[in-house]
Unconditional design. Structure first.
Length: 427
């Protein structure tokens, strides 16, 4: 399983996948009797893997299979099959914490690098809904709570230290996927990396300016240092709005193949960055001037609510579930120093907020000038309009990175977003 050529692996197609899942008792039961009545289609729209929907008389499942290379680029870019193992291990840990935010999990096959899970329907990828201008009133609550619980309960604030250290060791083998992040998120945008691309010529000036911008380069490398050295909690590792599926009142998180033990702010920052990218793209989706103004305000309110709900739930967990080695109750509450625990909590959240802002900035920038872009911007057909939206998003990313330690709270982020979105004269 560790490399592409180890014994037994074969990529499935819509025919072979049916026979394979029909032979798995837990899955066959879900689908209904026999493989004859099954139908399968491949729906993977992601960058990396095969995703099949297999349907039977009684129900449907999703079969996600890793390929030994990056799907977006082709077999010239090998990528280990072991990412399916890390995805499965992350999914099972998250499911033990908040099962209702994930697809139900049915089966893992290390040899074939595949995961079988619930087919989420009528769920739609959140990013597509944000492009369409739809609102989700439970989204911030679901995501804020999911983030607080998964991050707190996999950290040294909660998890038993032997288990945490074993888990840190296990996920530290997800080297190839971490390397993608290390290069694409923190490094490539700041030099003439071969895979960089951006909207030309509209964004030329802003994109090239990054490479000469010493403050932003140092800030991005400082965030990379945090990313590689802070084994704070088990991260999803790729928590953008394409990794969240929604209905009117449900929210599910998919695709944690980038999972590893890293800084909590990376997951929170990833999600906020993608809400902000959605925000800065809205003008590009307007039929008439100002048509999406109110929707943009909803997106900013969601940014604020995700952080606020995250922080509230995190505070609650700090007060009631602090069973790990960090900030032990024996040092604070048991010594009659409840106030000390509260001060430490406030300081912890301040540091986490700065990390979150910095990671959000790095995540925004890389989606504008790096290899992998976001549909929020890519779907703006008029390139002049798109470049204008992107220039503002790029300016926002830069501010978040460079000033991450000077933002007082989340309303400073949303105020900044509003101020930048009013600037019409960016390069
Ligand atoms: P990748 O890692 O290749 O990006 P994803 O896990 O993001 O793959 O899946 C790709 C796409 O497949 C998703 O965008 C979504 O449309 C669909 N998909 C994945 N998992 C499910 C699921 N459990 N239910 C329904 N659709 C899914
Ligand atoms: Mg993926």
């Amino acid at each position: 399983m560790e490399d592409a050529h180890s014994g037994g692996y074969r990529p499935f197609d819509v025919e072979t996948v049916k026979a394979h899942v029909a032979g798995l008792p837990a899955v066959a039961e879900r689908l209904g009797e026999g493989s004859a009545g099954l139908s399968a289609r491949e729906v993977g729209d992601g960058n990396l893997n095969l995703v099949f929907i297999v349907e039977g008389p009684a129900g449907a499942v999703v079969v996600k299979q890793a390929l030994p290379y990056v799907r977006l680029v082709g077999d010239s870019w090998p990528l280990p099959l072991s990412r399916a193992f890390f995805e499965w291990n992350a999914l099972t840990r998250q499911a033990a914490i908040r099962p209702e935010r994930l697809p139900q999990l049915f089966h893992f096959d290390a040899t074939n690098a595949l995961v079988v899970m619930e087919y989420l329907t009528p769920h739609v990828i959140l990013r597509k809904e944000l492009i369409a201008g739809k609102r989700f009133e439970s989204l911030a609550g679901h995501m804020g709570t999911f983030l607080a619980e998964t991050l707190f309960r996999t950290s040294d604030l909660s998890l038993e230290t032997a288990r945490k250290k074993a888990d840190v060791a296990l996920f530290s083998n997800n080297v190839a996927l971490c390397a993608i992040t290390e290069n694409l998120v923190f490094t490539d945008a700041y030099f003439d990396a071969p895979l960089n691309r951006w909207t030309r010529p509209g964004l030329d000036k802003a994109a090239l300016a990054l490479r000469a911008d010493r403050a932003v380069k140092i800030a991005a490398q400082e965030m990379l240092q945090v990313f590689t050295t802070k084994t704070e909690a088990l991260l999803h590792g790729d928590l953008h709005t394409g990794s969240v599926m929604v209905t009117g009142d449900d929210t599910r998180v998919i695709d944690p193949e980038f999972a590893f033990y890293g800084p909590m702010g990376f997951d929170i920052g990833a999600f906020l960055a993608n809400l902000l990218l959605a925000y800065f793209s809205q003008e590009g989706h307007e039929g008439a001037d100002g048509e999406r103004d109110e929707y943009g305000e909803w997106l900013l309110a969601t940014v604020e609510a995700v952080w606020a709900i995250f922080a509230d739930r995190f505070r609650e967990l700090w007060r009631t579930e602090r069973t790990g080695i960090l900030f032990a109750r024996s040092v604070f509450e048991d010594e009659g120093d409840g106030l000390g625990a509260e001060i430490a909590l406030a300081r912890f959240l301040d540091g986490l907020f700065a990390d979150t802002a910095g990671f959000a900035g790095a995540k925004m920038i890389r989606r504008l000038v790096g290899l992998a872009h976001v549909e929020d911007m890519e779907s703006i057909a008029d390139e002049t309009r798109r470049a204008a939206c992107e220039a503002r998003a790029l300016a926002m990313g830069r501010e978040l990175l460079v000033n991450r330690g000077r933002l007082s709270d989340v309303s400073a982020i949303t105020s900044l977003a509003r101020a930048i979105s009013r600037q019409k004269d960016l390069p």
